[in-house]
Ligand binder design. Structure first.
Ligand code: C2E
Ligand code: CA
Ligand code: CA
Length: 614
């Protein structure tokens, strides 16, 4: 628009819209219609005054013009008849109008018809974008998607007489950034798959639109032993393999189903339709086939397998949370079966889960209320023919459950981390009890692998010794090979630190693990305790006896004391007495007894022919 034309538009501007220009600093040109101007020209004083006003106005018009021309936003003003009064160059540029196309007087409808693009449907409908302004007018937002891809937003202030002033801006970059943020909030950046948030929304939508005869299957997948891939090959190689896994899963799932990544090595698929469980079973088979081919990282091949848990709606739940939970429960059961497990959710699983939750709740209370008690089982020295120590074995006396055996709550306590508090209590109690025994009687305490990784075990042991006053030499710590199996790098320094105190370390349940032998050489154990399963049959079965004998010889050859657990009969004892076995433990000497029975046990004599059992 040429300068003069835009200035003229401003002068001819009708009273009310001109008020809207006040904010641009323009004086209202209401009284300056041409006839009045000329009739007043006869009066000299007035003439001078008006000339000065006119000069002022001229100056302000020029200012207004500069503002209009340089405004980085498009500006357009339409009168009550929806005819263009004024528009700035940016307005024409944004909408691609030529100068004559957007000349004053052009009806809004013909301008809209000439827009090279289309109004974005729904953009103006949103209620939150309609604001009422003070003088009865209102603000309306419109949005245009141009043919070249730009997005232009118009904020239209409609005044009460129907005229309007609009500001137009190119919001393409802002919109792209907002879309990117929305994308990132709903996708996993590594694989580009929908993330947990987005997956939940998809389940919500699928459940809401499910027809009565339709079913929705939810498959929760977890890669088997993926942690070890990460540990051995490094996280970045792990990431590359995860991307390949995602790609193969995408192929298996197909476009009809929704695939998502829920966590590090966890994925999920939502399958809608009928004929379950057949469809989902076929899908699971397809996934197995797809993942059975090795994955490659450079020239290194990695074999992977997957475990799956499936829940189907409506049978297994009609709510997103419930369905997700049940697929997770089925997955946990599948994992417990070993790698490549696959389980459908059952009500039984839920019952087990609930029972577990109840047990966990009770266990937490038990820790607070100190519902535990230690029983002591004698360790009998075969050479000295007397009790040389006691193993502390925990008992849980629950007000309604009764006495819960350790095998029923220690594994759960390990899983939920409570074993750290329990273990601390056991150490304290056992050391304190042992201070009441003769000085040559030792106490052995079982320590869980979790205490190595999730607590300051040497500190806790130190505490127990210091508060009780028990000399370190009277304490023995029993560990199983799982301590070394799960986290050798963490466990070994701790074991050495404990040994440094003068505490003895025993390897418990020897022979039951996969590689007890290899662990024997990784740490100088003071003692091995041969598992009770090896005692069974040594009297009747020559092979069983030969194995027992070999293990005893191995232990003593390595310079370790050897204890045989689970000795139940005098015959078993008699056989072991002839071997290089140092100690025995078992019902034949005594079952574990409450602390109060220890003095009585110590008074008893257990001759070679004696077979007492309390
Ligand atoms: P363990 O350390 O191997 O303890 C020996 C288990 O064998 C005890 O079972 C004991 O009662 C049982 N036993 C003893 N003599 C005989 C026998 O002649 N024949 C047979 N069949 N069994 C015998 P218990 O007390 O039920 O403890 C089971 C396991 O629970 C223990 O096995 C140990 O792994 C764990 N445990 C017990 N107390 C604690 C504790 O304070 N902390 C930790 N972390 N684990 C504990
Ligand atoms: Ca033990
Ligand atoms: Ca044992």
């Amino acid at each position: 628009m040429p300068e003069s034309a835009s200035a003229k538009s401003a002068v001819n501007f009708d009273p009310r819209p001109s008020e809207a220009f006040a904010e641009f600093g323009a004086a209202a040109p209401i009284e300056l219609d041409d006839w009045r101007y000329s009739s007043l020209l006869n009066n000299d004083t007035l003439k001078a005054a008006l000339l000065s006003i006119h000069n002022d106005l001229d100056q302000q018009r020029r200012l207004f013009d500069v503002v209009l021309t340089n405004l980085p936003l498009g500006l357009s003003v339409f009168d009550a008849e929806q005819k263009l009064i004024v528009a700035n160059p940016r307005f024409r540029q944004l909408f691609g109008f030529g100068e004559d196309e957007a000349a004053p007087g052009t009806p809004i409808s013909s301008l809209i018809a000439r827009i090279r693009g289309a109004e974005t449907p729904g953009a103006q409908a949103s209620a939150k974008h309609r604001d009422i302004i003070s003088d009865g007018g209102r603000i309306r937002r419109r949005e245009w998607t141009m043919n070249d891809g730009r997005i232009i937003q118009s904020v239209v202030t409609i005044l009460s007489d129907g005229s309007n002033i609009s500001i137009h801006a190119d919001i393409t970059d802002e919109r792209k950034a907002a879309e990117r943020i929305a994308y990132l909030a709903h996708h996993d950046p590594l694989t580009g798959l929908p993330n947990r948030i987005s997956f939940r929304e998809k389940i919500d939508a699928a459940l809401a639109s499910r027809q009565p005869d339709e079913q929705i299957a939810l498959v929760h997948l977890n890669l088997d032993r993926f942690k070890s891939v990460n540990n051995t090959m490094g996280v970045s190689a792990g990431d590359k393999i995860l991307r390949q896994v995602a790609e193969r899963l995408r192929l298996s799932a197909g476009a009809a189903n929704t695939l998502a990544r829920l966590g590090s090595d966890e994925f999920a698929i939502l399958q809608c339709g009928r004929q379950q469980p057949w469809n989902v079973t076929a899908l699971a088979e397809q996934i197995r086939r797809e993942l059975s081919e090795p994955f490659f990282r450079g020239d290194k091949a990695v074999e992977l397998s997957v475990s799956m848990g499936v829940a189907i709606s409506p049978e297994d739940g009609t709510d997103t949370d419930v369905l997700l939970k049940h697929a997770g429960v089925a997955l946990a059961h599948a994992k417990a079966d070993g790698p490549q497990g696959e389980r459908f959710f059952t009500a039984e699983m839920e019952a087990k889960l609930n029972a577990r939750h109840a047990l966990e709740g009770d266990l937490r209370k038990a820790v607070q209320n100190e519902e535990f008690e230690l029983h002591y089982q004698p360790l009998y020295d075969l050479t000295a023919q007397r009790i040389c120590g006691f193993e502390a074995l925990i008992r849980w006396n629950h007000p309604t459950r009764g006495r819960v055996p350790p095998m029923e709550f220690i594994p759960l306590a390990e899983e939920v981390g409570l074993v750290v508090d329990i273990g601390r209590w056991v150490l304290k109690r056992a050391c304190l009890d042992a201070t009441r025994w003769p000085e040559d009687i030792k106490v052995a305490v079982n320590v869980s692998p979790i205490q190595f990784t999730n607590s300051d075990l040497p500190g806790d042991i130190r505490d127990a010794l210091d508060t009780s006053g028990l000399p370190a030499a009277r304490l023995e710590v029993e560990i199983t090979e799982s301590v070394l199996m799960e986290n050798r790098a963490v466990a070994l320094p701790i074991l050495h630190a404990i040994k440094q105190y003068g505490i003895r370390i025993a390897m418990d349940d020897f022979g039951t693990g996969y590689s007890s032998l290899s662990y024997l050489s990784s740490f100088p154990f003071d003692k091995i305790k041969i598992d009770k399963s090896f005692v069974t049959g040594i009297v009747e079965n020559r092979e069983a006896f030969a194995i027992m004998r070999a293990i005893i010889l191995l232990g003593s050859a390595l310079g370790m004391r050897v204890t045989v657990e689970g000795v139940e009969t005098a015959e078993q004892l008699a056989l072991l007495e002839r071997e290089a076995c140092n100690e025995i433990q078992g019902y034949h000497i005594s079952a574990p007894r409450p602390a109060a029975d220890v003095p009585h046990l110590l008074e008893q004599t257990f001759g070679k022919t004696a077979a007492p059992r309390s």
